[in-house]
Design a protein around this ligand. Structure first.
Ligand SMILES: CC(=O)O[C@H](CC(=O)[O-])C[N+](C)(C)C
Length: 305
């Protein structure tokens, strides 16, 4: 079976692991990024990530942290499938023979290409997810109440058609091209470092978790400002930002200063490590299973040895 397809399937498994481990952290992140600014003399809604998690559990129960998870499970697993399938396409495009090792820059290119592919799949799911995550009892920043993912899609379509569903595409590209380049290249770099030299390279489960977790942190360190702008744009009432991400950027800088572009940094980083460690663990485990079944170029190479 082609390596692109195998990576696509293994990426889907990795994506499901990411969502299950990472979604509660993501809910906290989106709530912090989109909370309204306190008026003079008022306390902020949340004082930090832990306070947000505590308040959410106390007021809405533990499963409130899993609000909106159906959309990413349906959307994010295919997204990771597309990402890792896209990386395999990038590799195939750059390799002159299938045994050639990728350089750091070639991995940067493959990741960036995969980031373009994933944006197309990701935008509607992210829009739905963010709108559901920021909705709290009787309070929705967009001013519309939604009863679940399908209801969001219906209402968005009625309000502004496909354009509304795809609101935030530019912001997502701005976030995901550099982030995906960092994600793949850092993982592959660390994988090489941790698996030693020579033909008998193996990566221990601990090393996979560490390399995956650090790759996730690298991904987010380059894209938090674009992510803040994207979350605000995707949860704003229709027509609030007629010139898109530029309008959000101007407003954030004018009203809250550049620090606001890093809102949610702590919950993002807290989530990034475990969620992406789980992702690469699931990915590598599935790829090993495929090799055991004699599928793909990796299996052929092992047979020849
Ligand atoms: C923005 C995002 O979804 O990043 C993914 C890592 C994560 O923490 O979910 C990486 N990638 C988009 C490259 C699949």
């Amino acid at each position: 079976m082609s390596d692109v397809l195998l990576n696509f399937v293994a990426g889907g498994v990795g994506g499901s692991c990411t969502v299950i481990v990472g979604h509660p952290f993501d809910t906290v992140k989106v709530r912090i990024q989109t909370m309204s600014r306190p008026k003079p003399g008022e306390k902020p809604l949340f004082t930090g990530a832990l306070d947000c998690a505590k308040q959410t559990v106390a007021k809405e129960g533990f499963f409130a942290l899993y609000k909106g998870m159906a959309a990413p499970l349906v959307g994010v697993s295919p997204l990771f499938a597309v990402f890792f399938g896209g990386c395999a396409v990038g590799k195939w495009l750059q390799q002159t023979d299938p045994d050639q090792e990728m350089t750091f820059m070639q991995n940067v290119n493959s990741g960036a290409l995969a980031g373009v592919f994933t944006t197309v799949v990701m935008v509607p799911g992210e829009r739905v997810k963010c709108l559901l995550q920021v909705q709290q009892a009787g309070n929705s920043p967009s001013g519309v109440h939604y009863n679940g993912p399908l209801d969001v899609v219906k209402k968005l379509y009625k309000e502004g058609g496909i354009r509304s569903i795809y609101r935030g595409t530019g912001a997502t590209l701005l976030r995901d091209i550099p982030a995906s380049a960092a994600y793949l290249s850092v993982y592959e770099y660390l994988k090489k470092k941790f698996s030693g030299e020579g033909s008998q390279r193996t990566l221990s489960p601990g090393a996979t978790l560490l390399a995956g977790g650090l790759a996730g942190m690298a991904n987010w360190s380059v894209c938090i400002p674009a992510d803040v702008l994207k979350s605000r744009l995707q949860t704003a009432p229709e027509g609030k930002y007629p010139d898109g991400i530029r309008g959000v950027f101007r407003e954030v800088i004018r009203e809250e200063g550049p620090r606001a572009l890093f809102k949610g940094f702590a919950p993002v980083m807290l989530r990034a490590f475990p969620a992406n460690a789980a992702c690469f663990f699931g990915l590598e485990l599935t790829l090993s299973l495929f090799r055991l079944l004699g599928l793909g170029h990796g299996a052929k190479k092992a047979e020849e040895k």
